[in-house]
Design a protein. Structure first.
Length: 529
């Protein structure tokens, strides 16, 4: 057999081995036709995955093949018209094919990593039915396509991030209106107190030639003033019972008092918030209190601040995937307490009597929870007596003073969240029943902009198209209010205006049909500074 026959046998063996390898591992990815390949000075892009192969077909006989970097890829001649390119490692290199006709074919060969296909499969598995594509170049992943929501966009970016830096170019469908949660809070507070006071003070204005008084000092007795052998008695409490025997110069004051107090508070604030957004409510007021400065040039100076009080509710609703409503809620009831206040430089600063609950609960739509319940019963008794004589049976009761006070407090805080929607247009709105009529002749309704029957229809709203992920995230951020000039952020500047002569020189008349020159700024302030 000739040398040419041996060569063709060798080519046939290589071709058979290549076909078996491709059938077993699926290595042959695609074939490239040489007529469309880049000629000298015009290279064509060629892609292959590491560990896989691609075949280049040439109508002309191939005489030589070369790869610039053999660690990235290798080229194997299958037959005189086919070259098998095997990807070895991720990277880029050049492939040159010489043909028998004298032409040279140039390829920019890019070997992709195996992980790229695995990541693409994971994207298709994690985001079924969503159009997400990925391009990988220079350790950078470019995500493109459209996803349903922000969660899908974050998941796609997390999966693609396993390959390197991610450039998120995804679009997101415009989400529907967020659910709104109405929180109904019921504060019910009943405070009862009852007190009983009983005391006896005995005094003498001269009985048995003795002037004096017997008292337990728990309650104020009469004040006695002796002048010129005369005793003047002054009562200090008009609620006392006064008994006096002139013939015996002996008297007594008896204090017997019963007191009952009842306080009831019922508040039912309703607060509305969007899912995941905080909301607060306050029905009450603010009171001033002084604050001592602690440093700087104002050391020792006193400034006035304000503190809120009343019925307050702060809450943050979150709708869970289970359909329940998770609440971070802080209800509070506070009132001014002058009994425990502070007197500062002649001014009475009240204290705050506060009942507050801070907790986190989870409810279904319409369910209720009692998050704050309090039952407080207190009994206080004060007994004062004169030693010795106060211990005598029956008689000793006249020399005792007793004060008995009982307090009962009941507090209930009930929370009920509900998923609600706005009142449809045209439906009756809730109104407040006014018990008394207003002044005659006043407007029955507030002035308002007329409807479309007067102004005409509004422009048709453009259909909502998907928007970039960063635009959607930016639109959901709260916008801070810009400072106004009244807050001193933008000082007003007065710019003087130059005076204009009383009789400015006449200007030539403008030709007919041409617009006259615009007036200068100074001409509007003739004679002014």
């Amino acid at each position: 057999m000739t040398s040419h026959g041996n060569r063709w046998m060798k080519y046939a063996a290589i071709a058979a081995a290549t076909v078996l390898l491709a059938a077993h591992t699926g290595a042959a990815a695609s074939a490239v036709q040489a007529p469309g390949a880049g000629l000298e000075g015009n290279a064509r892009d060629l892609f292959v995955t590491a560990g896989k192969s691609v075949i280049i077909d040439s109508p002309a006989t191939i005489v030589r093949v070369a790869v610039a970097n053999g660690e990235i890829a290798e080229a194997v001649a299958v037959d005189p018209h086919q070259v098998l390119v095997n990807g070895k490692a991720a990277g880029q290199t050049s492939l040159i094919v010489w043909q028998a006709t004298g032409n040279r074919l140039f390829f920019d060969l890019t070997v992709r990593s195996n992980r790229l296909e695995l990541v693409q499969q994971e994207l298709r598995r994690a985001l079924p039915g969503q159009n997400v594509t990925m391009t990988y170049e220079d350790n950078t992943v470019f995500l493109k396509g459209t996803v349903k929501n922000l969660a899908a966009a974050r998941r796609a970016a997390a999966i693609a991030g396993t390959l390197g830096k991610v450039v998120n170019l995804l679009y997101v469908d415009v989400p529907s209106t967020e659910s709104q949660v109405l929180l109904k809070v019921r504060f019910a507070n009943v405070d009862r107190s009852a007190s009983t006071e009983l005391a006896l003070n005995v005094f003498s204005t001269g009985a048995a030639n003795t002037v004096g008084a017997i008292t337990t000092q728990q309650f104020n007795g009469p004040q006695m003033d002796i002048r010129n052998h005369q005793t003047n008695v002054t009562l200090t409490d008009a609620l006392n019972l006064f008994v006096f025997r002139p013939d015996l110069n002996l008297g007594a004051t008896i204090k017997a008092l019963q007191n009952r107090n009842l306080l009831e508070i019922l508040a039912e604030p309703n607060v509305l918030a969007i899912n995941g957004k905080p909301a607060s409510f306050l029905a009450g007021g603010e009171f001033p209190y002084p604050t001592l400065q602690g440093g700087g040039a104002g050391l020792g100076a006193v400034t006035i601040q304000f503190r809120e009080f009343g019925v307050r509710i702060n809450f943050l609703p979150v709708i869970t995937p289970r359909g329940t409503i998770r609440l971070e809620v802080t209800p509070e009831v506070s009132s001014l307490d002058f009994a425990n206040g502070l007197v500062f430089q002649g001014f009475t600063i009240p204290a705050l009597s506060t009942r507050r609950v801070q907790t986190e609960i989870e409810l279904e739509d319409g369910q209720s929870f009692a998050i704050g319940g309090l039952l407080d019963n207190r009994v206080s008794e004060i007994l004062s007596k004169i030693p010795g004589i106060g211990d005598i049976p029956w008689l000793g009761k006249l020399f005792r003073s007793r004060a008995l006070q009982k307090n009962n407090t009941e507090l209930l805080v009930l929370v009920t969240p509900e998923l609600v929607r706005p009142i449809p247009a045209g439906r009756p709105r809730p109104e407040v029943a006014m018990p008394a009529p207003f002044l005659k002749g006043t407007a029955a309704a507030a002035p308002q902009t007329p409807g479309m029957s007067v102004t005409g229809p509004v422009p048709v709203k453009a259909p909502e198209q998907p928007i970039p992920v960063e635009d959607l995230i930016e639109s959901m951020k709260p916008k801070s209010a810009q400072p106004s000039a009244q807050q001193g952020q933008y000082p007003i500047q007065f710019v003087p205006v130059q005076a204009v002569p009383a009789e400015p020189p006449a200007s030539p008349a403008a030709p007919q049909g041409e617009a006259s020159a615009p007036a200068t700024a100074g001409s509007t302030a003739k004679g002014g500074q």
